[in-house]
Design a protein around this ligand. Structure first.
Ligand SMILES: NC(=O)c1ccc[n+]([C@@H]2O[C@H](COP(=O)([O-])OP(=O)(O)OC[C@H]3O[C@@H](n4cnc5c(N)ncnc54)[C@H](O)[C@@H]3O)[C@@H](O)[C@H]2O)c1
Length: 421
């Protein structure tokens, strides 16, 4: 039997990975940097090219490469944990199967597709006393940690309001939420949950309290057929030049000209990225006109929260922006904090002083400013040492998911949702 301990040292935790895509590839860099802590022993992915590319990188033997997680869970591989990095319609089932087997779990956010599923996972983890971490990586980001430290130090008094905006970038939106995998709420989740459970989690973490009331507004305002320019076509490659050349959402411009968001296209050995892109533009979902996709998730949304400690928190998702960053403003009784992930400004009211912290070097670092790797380190430590408290455990994440699902309910019904004890 393949024994990763012999390769990686006897303190490494043995982990299987389910879903060998973008997120898994990032987290697994940790195993390359720290083979004495993390050993990858099995990989599951139905897409052969991804399964083999990642398995080759970790010298996973053929019998530990699986095309589906049923086969994987049917084995009795000796493991400490699984990492679940599948799309969210494939979170609940493998997570419950992993709980059943008694494996600790690092689970990509969002937890699952309904609050009931999230609760079942949290309950299962509790009953089996398992470590279940949820990948809310922003809690590991030095910039956000600095804000949290300033708040918790008490030097600026008590938090009165927390206002936060996620500029999620137009290319990300057209790629993921209009043409791509996260474009239908019932297939994955509403955009607030798919993309921004991070931000609601962050707000509750910063404020250090539970949500008492939540309301939300938003809709799919723009990316639908009635807004298509007259004379435009179903695919960008068929669109007349005078329309395509002015369209800010053109797939030709995004993929072929600017080469953005192309890392997610699989390139078989006997092909090239250019050929893959040409085929995608002609036949694939990513070549479709943004006004004529099957998307139904909102393209703009606001969430308002009142917490048990009487803090008001607001959160806005901006899709229509070139920025890819978050703006945060925290107003406290004795000072205020503002930042854009690069520059953090702290002002004290009585002293009339201003301090500025520069995080621009972190903002440009890979792996979410190194946070992805710090998250894995935290998980490894929690599995090895059960006294170690995870920074993003399932119970904390359950709270933010509860608020997200309630916000969606509010957006759809127009009601303010009031939480009862
Ligand atoms: N924490 C973050 O900052 C962050 C960022 C982006 C995405 N995400 C989340 O991470 C998850 C994965 O996103 P991604 O960008 O890596 O997507 P991805 O499409 O790049 O990777 C998902 C992988 O799962 C595989 N897969 C699909 N069905 C499977 C199955 N039944 N069994 C095993 N593997 C299966 C796919 O083939 C693919 O390789 C999603 O839930 C997403 O919302 C989190």
């Amino acid at each position: 039997m393949y024994d990763s301990y012999s390769q990686a040292g006897n303190r490494a935790i043995k982990v299987a990975v389910i879903g060998a895509g973008n997120r898994a590839r990032k987290y697994l860099e940790y195993a390359i940097m720290h083979p004495d802590e993390l050993a990858i022993v099995a990989i599951v992915d139905p897409v052969e090219i991804r399964l083999n590319q990642l398995s080759d990188k970790f010298a996973i033997p053929a019998e530990y490469r699986f095309s589906n997680y049923y086969d994987f869970f049917a084995t009795d591989i000796e493991l400490d944990a699984v990492m679940i990095c599948t799309p969210e319609d494939k979170h609940f089932e493998p997570t419950m199967m992993a709980i059943d087997k008694g494996y600790n779990i690092l689970l990509e956010k969002p937890i699952a597709q309904t609050l009931q599923e999230c609760e079942a996972i949290a309950q299962g983890a509790k009953e089996k006393n398992l470590v279940v971490g949820v990948c809310h990586v922003l809690r590991f980001h030095p910039y956000f940690i600095k804000i949290k430290e300033i708040i918790d130090s008490g030097e600026l008094g008590e938090v009165i309001s927390f206002n936060h905006t996620a500029d999620i970038n137009l290319d990300r939106v057209t790629h993921g939420f209009v043409r791509g995998s996260w474009n239908r709420a019932e297939k994955t989740n509403p955009m607030l949950i798919s993309k921004c459970s991070h931000d609601v989690d962050l707000a509750l973490w910063m404020v250090g309290s539970k949500c008492k009331k939540v309301s939300s507004f938003g809709s799919l305002r723009w990316f639908k057929a009635e807004n298509a320019p007259k004379g435009s076509a179903d695919r960008c490659i068929h669109c007349p030049d005078h329309i395509e050349s002015k369209c800010p959402y053109s797939a030709i411009d995004l993929y072929k000209v600017r080469h953005d968001w192309v890392a997610n296209f699989d390139v078989p050995e006997d092909s090239t990225l250019d050929k893959v892109l040409d085929r995608e533009l002609a036949q694939g979902p990513y070549g479709r006109c943004v006004y004529r996709c099957d998307n139904n998730v909102a393209d703009h949304q606001m969430v308002n929260i009142e917490t048990e400690n009487e803090v008001t928190a607001s959160f806005t998702i901006n899709a229509f922006t070139l920025n890819d960053c978050r703006f945060t403003q925290v107003n406290l009784t004795h000072g205020e904090i503002t930042g854009d992930e690069q520059k953090l400004t702290v002002r004290r009211f009585r002293e009339r002083t201003t301090e500025v912290y520069d995080f621009s070097h972190v903002a440009h670092m890979p792996f979410h400013g190194g946070s992805d790797l710090r998250l894995v380190a935290d998980f490894v430590e929690a599995v090895r040492n059960r006294n170690h408290k995870l920074r993003t455990d399932i119970q904390d994440s359950l709270e933010s998911h509860r608020v997200c699902y309630a916000a969606e309910e509010s957006r759809l019904t127009g009601k303010t949702i009031i939480f009862k004890d």
